[in-house]
Write a protein that binds this ligand. Structure first.
Ligand SMILES: [Zn+2]
Ligand SMILES: [Zn+2]
Length: 277
């Protein structure tokens, strides 16, 4: 504003000076009023000029001050950054520790569940509920993989994954080798033996009710609790399961005594018999 009016005034004064020059050249005298106008304009111009210079000084002072403050601000920011570094480091360390703790806690819960699932899957291979156990195991495995992936940097994750796969592959290999080395008949004989021990039909689990056990009834759970009158439960006659029709006790072809029909050896003469799976 002051600058603008100062410039305007300067133009006016220049015009006046021009007029005056012209007047002097043509020897025309200025009137009283013109003279006064000229003087007051000149005074106003000088005043404005002074104000303008003062304001310019103030502006340059302000600019200096502003630059100083900007520098101060930058220094303060650098200082804040420098002093904040230990706090950030501390935070990172604590955060890492906390995440590790979380991961171990989650794995401490999940891994036993996974182990239980694996055991159930291996034990209950032939159960009709096998798909259920398999789904349970798969869900546990996926959850473990997700937790490991979330909390461990990818290189750890890779190693753990490779380790897990190695274990799974080894487990499968062991299973297949065992199936080849110990054929199913061996496993069957074990099942038959356990059933005979409980006086139950190896095929349908109906009690073998012969001799002193003729009027009793028991199951896999109650077999050890029942009181058997007299001694022994070994039948001395042929016996067929009334429920499924399997031959359980038969005459031995070599000693003609009664032997277990579904076990490999005769308990009297030891004659061997083929057990078919
Ligand atoms: Zn039976
Ligand atoms: Zn025999």
């Amino acid at each position: 504003m002051v600058g603008d009016s100062s410039r305007n005034l300067q133009q006016t004064i220049n015009q006046l000076i021009e007029l005056r020059k012209l007047g002097m050249q043509k020897s025309i005298a200025f009137s009283e009023t013109e003279q006064a106008n000229f003087t007051s304009s000149l005074n106003l111009f000088l005043d404005n000029q002074q104000k303008y210079q003062e304001l310019s000084r103030t502006i340059s002072d302000m600019i200096d001050r502003k630059q100083g403050l900007v520098r101060e601000k930058e220094q303060a920011e650098q200082e804040i950054k420098r002093q904040g570094q230990p706090a950030r480091d501390e935070f990172d360390t604590l955060s890492r520790k906390h995440r590790l703790k979380l991961a171990f806690l989650q794995l401490a819960v999940l891994l036993p569940i996974l182990a239980v699932a694996a055991v159930v899957i291996i034990k209950k291979r032939s159960s009709i509920y096998f798909p259920l156990f398999l789904a349970f195991g798969a869900a546990a495995l996926v959850k473990v993989a997700l937790v490991v992936h979330e909390y461990f940097p990818s290189k750890y994750f890779k190693y753990i994954l490779i380790g897990g796969l190695l274990i799974v592959v080894a487990r499968l290999l062991i299973y297949f080798i065992r199936t080849i080395a110990f054929p199913k008949t061996q496993w069957l004989v074990k099942q038959y033996r356990e059933a005979y021990e409980r006086f139950l039909c190896p095929v349908c689990e109906y009690p073998i009710r012969t001799g002193p056990r003729r009027f009793l009834f028991w199951t896999r759970r109650t077999v050890n609790r029942i009181v058997v009158p007299g001694d022994g439960g070994v039948p001395e006659e042929n016996y067929t399961c009334p429920s499924c029709g399997c031959n359980l006790f038969e005459e031995c072809p070599s000693c003609n005594k009664i032997r277990h029909a579904m076990l490999p050896n005769c308990s009297h003469c030891g004659a061997e018999k083929e057990i078919n799976a």
